[in-house]
Ligand binder design. Sequence first.
Ligand code: 5GP
Ligand code: ZN
Length: 115
Amino acid sequence: MENSCLFCRIVSGEIPATVVHRTETTVAFRDIDPKAPTHVLVIPVAHHADVVALAADPSAAADVLATAAAVAEKEGLTGGFRLIFNTGRDSGQEVFHVHAHVLGGTPLGPMLAGQ
Ligand code: 5GP
Ligand code: ZN
């Protein structure tokens, strides 16, 4: 737990969030500014800054992917979904507690803006 980290504070319940799925090692909650009908963030309970750091904790990485899959099923994303890990400056990452964006519920269009 890092006191200054927004998502650690969501894990601890200090900052409220709409949690849609929780396991011992992960939390999934709705993005505050959704970009699709379903836009859920999946995070490990353990603080890792980004997906590169998460890769050094293979068990947490696997748990994040399993929770993303569970969220997609729970949300009824039968048409598919997009899983995004923004990583570092060029990606526009804003919160440095790794999170997978689960996006779906409509055709999502081109992978990148401007394509
Ligand atoms: P990033 O740009 O780091 O990949 O994504 C950060 C995401 O966190 C953004 O989509 C943003 O809307 C979301 N977000 C930022 N602050 C909060 C918050 O306090 N609560 C929730 N639920 N989402 C947040
Ligand atoms: Zn954190």
